[in-house]
Design a protein around this ligand. Structure first.
Ligand SMILES: Cc1ncc(COP(=O)(O)O)c(C=O)c1O
Length: 414
């Protein structure tokens, strides 16, 4: 296995079973899971509705056919997602991952605009392939400067670097900067802006609401397309909205999704206006994308999510957790900031002397939480951000339990 495929914890955990929001490791220890396999086991573990849908498909004897043949569950899922997307005359193409979804989005935009120029946000993460890495604005995840696209980075989620500006002034500054970039750094037409409404790997950092609408006004003057990377923010996770872009008051031309949709089965995809999607001049295929097993799991996951209004659950418990955490850690010198939206919230760890980002303290809190039976994630530009994103089926009791462990773990290092 490659050295760059790093594991969490001094003593790595092997998860061997799971049920609800809890997983058990190979040594028999059970944990409450507040990271859900990087926001992917969106309903939790061993959900009967998803298991039965997959088992039904397996019993047909067909795990795979390829898109050379009609896959009913794929077509029905595409219709469902097109309807939910808010994009007019939408078409959906299924992939196996978020990276491939973003590659497809970049292909659609660069083809339609006959341009290799792309705008992205600083501190972004869009995947591990050449194209997706090229629009990633986080050095810790950029393994190469080779790039099929020509990228310029915009401000937005670096709000904390401009404390002297009000939100409104910051939005005006960002809009002005975009105009400057277009006027000074780009050549002829630009294809698109790709943005995560809340940055995932970046540490659950977000621009003030409305930034994408401000950008959109300027992009529209030039015909530049907007791509929203909803790989982490989709399906109601942010509580207030079903898609992250809705917080900004815009509808993108293209949206990409992956992670939670299959509740652990590999599925991603891209939604775009039909004309944009159909404009590709040659054939295209994803052998595994939208396969019968993954689409059966995804349909069951989506049905469950909507029937149980998990977006409302994310909103309610997100508020409880974020407010509770803010109150509990107030005055703790190791805590820089608590932020988040719905069941996607984060804490920055800082050095109590001087306030510099402290990845070492973040690593210690990760271990402390593990000792107390809670799994959480890490991230951020400096690696000092703890990221929490439990399954959207979280109960209030579990939220309270996890909050207690988090506070105890932070206090233990603080
Ligand atoms: C916002 C975002 N986009 C794209 C990706 C890439 O997805 P994948 O790892 O499924 O290729 C990720 C993965 O973490 C992500 O967070």
């Amino acid at each position: 296995m490659p050295s760059w495929l790093s594991l969490y914890y001094e003593q790595p955990i092997e998860i061997v079973s799971g049920r609800g929001r809890r997983v058990t490791d190979s040594e028999g220890r059970t944990y409450l899971d507040f990271f859900a396999g990087i926001l992917t086991s969106m309903l939790g573990y061993d959900v009967p509705e998803v298991r039965e849908a997959v088992e039904r498909q397996l019993r047909t004897g067909v795990a795979h056919t390829s898109t050379l043949y009609l896959i009913r569950s794929q077509v029905e899922l595409a219709e469902r997602i097109a309807g939910l997307s808010g994009i007019a005359d939408a078409k959906v193409f299924f992939t196996n991952s978020g990276t491939e979804a973003n590659e497809t989005a970049l292909l659609l935009a660069t083809n339609a605009r006959r341009s290799d120029q792309v705008l992205a946000l600083r501190n972004s993460y869009h995947g591990r392939s050449y194209g997706a890495m090229a629009v990633t604005g986080n050095r810790g995840w950029k393994n190469s400067s080779l790039s099929p696209v020509n990228v310029h980075y915009l401000h937005g989620t670096d709000r904390d670097r401009f404390p002297h500006l009000s939100d409104e002034e910051f939005l005006a500054f960002c809009a002005d900067d975009l105009r400057q970039v277009l006027a000074t750094a780009t050549a002829t037409d630009v294809a698109c802006l790709i943005a995560e409404p809340v940055q995932g790997v970046g540490g659950f950092t977000a621009a003030p609401d409305g930034l994408l609408a401000r950008y959109r006004e300027i992009l529209d003057e030039h015909g530049i397309l907007l791509v929203s990377d909803e790989v982490q923010t989709g399906w109601g996770r942010t509580g207030e909205h079903f898609w992250g872009f809705q917080a900004h008051g815009v509808t993108p031309d293209v949206l990409t999704f992956a992670k939670g949709l299959g509740n652990g089965f590999a599925i991603g995809g891209v939604v775009a206006d039909g004309a944009l999607m159909d404009a590709l001049p040659a054939n295209g295929i994803s052998t595994f994308g939208g396969n019968p097993i993954a689409t059966a799991a995804a349909r069951a996951t989506l049905d469950y999510l909507l029937a149980h209004d998990l977006q409302a659950n994310a909103r309610r418990l997100g508020r409880l957790l974020i407010d509770g955490l803010r109150t509990a850690v107030e005055g703790l010198p190791v805590v820089g900031e608590v932020r988040g939206r719905g069941l996607m919230f984060a804490v920055d760890l800082v050095d109590p002397d001087g306030g510099a980002p402290s990845p070492a303290l973040a690593a210690r809190v990760l271990e402390e939480a593990r000792q107390r039976g809670l799994l959480i994630g890490k991230g951020g530009l400096h690696g000092n951000t703890l990221r929490m994103a439990p399954p959207l089926t979280l109960t209030e009791d579990e939220a309270t339990e996890g909050l207690g462990i988090l506070v105890d773990s932070l206090t233990a290092v603080g």
